[in-house]
Design a binder for this molecule. Structure first.
Ligand code: GCU
Length: 610
């Protein structure tokens, strides 16, 4: 309670002081600050809309010519007061850009830009004396430094997780301004590291709002059915500020109204009997849940379910389930830029449902909260992952801290989403000792934060044996579910040979084929042995799905990928043009032949389970 607030301020201050005197590479200090749960369920003021922006490739608005941070950088929003004043920026006359939204697809000149852009928003605010104010960012890719009325409030590293700063003392009655230094440069010691197979969309890519909170407020809560008793609802509460005694949990449809007594440090664990209808893809039942505390009513929608493994089985609500999945990048078919809105989420996830999916792999980073809330609503189970992707610096403690911060922020924001059944620690990382230690530590952290969900990772380290593939990676021993990425017919072997490819696993754990697939330019046709034709992609799917049916430990798949997506690694003129063409849909949502093959496969599986 007070300790939380103290930590909050201390964390911000330590960031403040730490960042002032350092340059970008040294601002590795990562701070795990618990997020205020469910911002959209609270009183808030949106800062979405048009912001001024100034492109600053040399960070001239932050460093002086001695490469030391300015005291009067662009964040001061200085104005010319007399004709002789020299000020070499002006947010009043600067161009505008939409927030949320990546800069790459909003401004042609920023399509490939990697560097700093200053964002600036002026707004009037009616401040209430008995409230506390927190600014909430859905995400800024990749590093953000935030200023309110010219004063730094903090900074954040990590392009796909929410972060917040308390701004109560800086916010004024009436006119205010907020300035953000957003920097999407890739560095070797980041998470992800410099090379990925997706577009480096920069900017304030998700929503921004100011939360108005009671001085003492319910900062965090968790609520779920007990793992071993679905007639018992359990949870945790954490208050920030003076302890006002009790929190009331209300679930009208279950006729629940429970007063929960807080301990002296403003925390409580609770449990009470109830008989909720359990959430599932077939019946994605969500309940309105309210938390009443100190005059604030926080509204949420919660699904109640259990998830576990049993040998090679995955069980949802105690029943074996087969995960008919598809992988999805966070890219909007509407803007062909970074997806962020409910509309984007509804479109992408409705496409997944149309394919026959009950499961989605949200690759390769935590997606925006709309994706998870719409997945709750549509009944899609979710694989959610942090971008420990390929070869990050596994022996660098700072890099581990960055990964752990992103993991903590992902779980903190989404722990109440029924749709998420597994947290993924990594994608296609090398089989090395430092990597195993790094990921084993992430797994320990995950279990300490959330012991209700399963843990997985996608591996591409399988080896060949004389008659097929052998799953053997020390990582497989420490996860609950083994993810396998394998591109038979695309990165190795001829498509026709894949049907007979066998897979051995000695782990007695469920296996998910977390990636398989091939590229095709939608509308390009030819023989099935001609690469980039829809026929070639269809042949790869046909033979891989025959292979999948013969893997005895396999309990699901998330083929790569629902929709073509932008990637700087895919320049092939007139075929890729900086698009990864492994989508079952083109970038505008046109189905390719392979879409129908996977659709029919899932239909067959669904009918066989009836
Ligand atoms: C890898 C990787 C993906 C990538 C895909 C591809 O398996 O996990 O991020 O896009 O292969 O090569 O298309």
């Amino acid at each position: 309670m007070k300790s939380k607030l103290f930590c909050f301020l201390l964390c911000s201050l330590s960031l403040l002081s730490h960042a002032e005197g350092t340059n970008k590479q040294e601002t590795d200090k990562t701070v795990t600050q618990s997020l205020i749960q469910n911002p959209s369920g609270r009183e808030s003021t949106s800062l979405n809309g048009l912001w001024s922006y100034v492109v600053d490739p040399y960070e001239n608005g932050y460093y002086n010519h001695r490469y030391q941070p300015h005291t009067d950088g662009y964040f001061k929003n200085d104005k010319v007061k007399s004709p002789s004043d020299l000020i070499e920026y002006n947010f009043d006359t600067a161009d505008k850009i939409n927030v949320p939204g990546d800069w790459n697809t909003q401004k042609k000149e920023l399509y490939l830009y990697e560097g700093t852009v200053w964002y600036h928003k002026e707004f009037t605010f009616q401040k209430q004396s008995k409230k506390r104010y927190v600014v909430n960012f859905g995400a800024v890719n990749y590093q953000a430094i935030v200023y309110v009325n010219g004063v730094k409030v903090g900074q954040h590293e990590g392009g796909f997780t929410s972060f917040q700063f308390e701004i109560t003392d800086l916010l004024k009655q009436g006119d205010n301004f907020i300035t953000v230094k957003a920097d999407n440069r890739r560095e070797r010691n980041q998470v992800p590291t410099v090379n990925t197979d997706w577009w480096n969309y920069g900017g304030i890519t998700r929503e921004v709002s100011i939360l108005a909170l009671p001085k003492s407020h319910l900062a965090d809560y968790t609520i779920q059915v007990a793992k071993d008793n679905t007639n018992l609802i359990t949870g945790k509460l954490t208050v920030d500020g003076k302890n006002e005694g009790k929190v009331t949990v209300v679930i009208p449809e279950l006729d629940i109204k429970k007063k929960i007594k807080l301990s002296k440090n403003g925390e409580a664990s609770f449990s009470f009997k109830a008989r909720p209808t359990l959430w599932s893809p077939e019946n994605p039942k969500l309940y309105a849940v309210e938390f009443h505390y100190n005059g604030e009513v926080i509204k949420d929608t919660i699904g109640f379910r259990t998830i576990e493994t049993d040998g090679e089985d995955i069980k949802l609500n105690g029943k074996s389930v087969y995960l008919r999945g598809i992988s999805i990048h966070e890219e909007s078919p509407l803007t062909n830029g970074r997806a962020w809105s409910e509309e984007d989420a509804r479109l992408l996830l409705t496409w997944a449902k149309e394919l026959g999916s009950n499961f989605v792999r949200l690759a390769h980073y935590p997606h925006n909260e709309n994706m998870l809330r719409v997945a709750d609503e549509l009944g899609l189970m979710v694989w959610s992952e942090i971008p420990v992707y390929w070869t990050v610096l596994f022996d660098d403690e700072n890099v581990y801290n960055k990964a752990e911060l992103q993991l903590t922020e992902m779980i903190s924001r989404d722990k109440n989403r029924a749709s998420i059944i597994m947290w993924s620690m990594a994608n296609e990382t090398p089989n090395e000792t430092a990597r195993l230690t790094f990921i084993t530590n992430l797994i320990k952290k995950t279990r300490s934060l959330d012991d209700t969900r399963l843990i997985t990772a996608a591996m591409d380290t399988q080896s060949n044996s004389k008659n097929g593939m052998v799953i053997e990676d020390p990582l497989a021993s420490v996860v609950d579910i083994i993810g396998i990425n394998s591109y038979c017919g695309w990165y190795f072997a001829e498509p026709e040979t894949c049907s007979d490819l066998t897979w051995e696993s000695s782990y007695n754990k469920p296996v998910i084929m977390s990636e398989l697939g091939a590229g095709a330019l939608q509308g390009k046709h030819g023989e099935s042995n001609e690469r980039w034709t829809e026929e070639y992609q269809a042949s790869v799917y046909k033979h891989n799905l025959a292979m999948v049916e013969n893997i005895s430990s396999l309990r699901g798949l998330t083929p790569w990928i629902l929709k073509d997506f932008r990637s700087p690694r895919r320049p092939l003129k007139n075929i890729q043009d900086f698009w990864n063409r492994k989508g079952l849909l083109s970038e505008t949502g046109v189905k390719k032949q392979a879409w129908f093959i996977l659709h029919d496969f899932y239909k067959k599986i669904e009918e066989a389970k009836k």
